[in-house]
Design a protein around this ligand. Structure first.
Ligand code: G3H
Length: 242
């Protein structure tokens, strides 16, 4: 299995966005290493331009969210088909920021994941517990419930990203043992071959040890994916073919 290092740019990426992608490609000598998958999920305003410009260099592009329906009266929304039409290959669904800001629940996330698969995209389905849930010892059962409700019925290949909500953008990370335990648990609940990403304050300084954990098949990186100088060492720390 190839590792997958995904950068989620969130609502960032106007000034210097293009030059960061070009700088990343340059750091890899003009094309991305073939033994791992590198994905950038920029804001949708940049998606078509990026997917059209850099696919030859071996970077994959993806959306940050999609609507569950194909088309219709949904002002401001983007369907999975529209994302696929840009040349993108993946779409993130169920990120905790969307679960919180847009009241998305497991059922919504499942519908989005299924819409992504129908459109030919690989959904990256996010799960993760809050700090309070971790502290009260229910992290695993929370994630188990999210998986049960959010994973698509057998339709195709998807990726799961374990992102403890309290680790996102905070500089805090679970212990390596806690990450390992949760990834082993998620492995037991997902089809064989499913890639499992860890996300939450992945940085150049901790990427190697996190990406070295068995059943961690890559990372979903927020803040540290915005600058090539940070994203490059994270990608470089990922093992190649596993
Ligand atoms: O999607 C990415 C995650 O929310 C992680 O964000 P972060 O690396 O800034 O903590």
């Amino acid at each position: 299995m190839k590792s997958l290092i995904a950068g989620n740019w969130k609502m960032n990426g106007i000034a210097r966005a293009r030059s960061e992608v070009e700088s990343l490609i340059e750091r890899f000598g003009g094309s991305m290493p073939g033994d791992r998958d590198i994905l950038i999920c920029p804001p949708v305003t940049l998606l078509a331009a990026f997917a059209g410009s850099y696919s030859d260099e071996g970077i994959l592009f993806g959306g940050q969210d999609c609507h569950a329906k194909t088309s219709g009266a949904h002002t401001g929304d983007i369907s999975a088909e529209m994302i696929a039409d840009t040349g993108a290959s993946h779409v993130i669904v169920g990120h905790s920021e969307r679960r919180a800001d847009h009241a998305e629940n497991d059922q919504t996330v499942k519908e989005k994941a299924e819409a992504a698969l129908r459109a030919g995209l690989t959904p990256i389905i996010c799960v993760g517990e809050t700090r309070e849930q971790r502290e009260t010892g229910i992290a695993q059962s929370v994630v188990g419930t999210q998986l049960e409700g959010s994973l698509p019925d057998a339709m195709g290949v998807f990726v799961v990203a374990y992102e403890p909500v309290w680790a996102i953008g905070t500089g805090l990370t679970p212990t390596l043992e806690d990450i390992s335990e949760m990834h082993d648990f998620i492995r037991s609940k997902t089809p064989e071959g499913t890639r499992l990403l860890y996300g939450g304050s992945v940085k150049p300084g901790n990427a190697k040890e996190i990406l070295g954990i068995s059943n961690v098949n890559g990372a979903l990186v927020g803040g540290a994916s915005l600058k090539a100088e940070d994203f490059f060492p994270i990608i470089s720390a990922a093992p190649g073919e596993m």
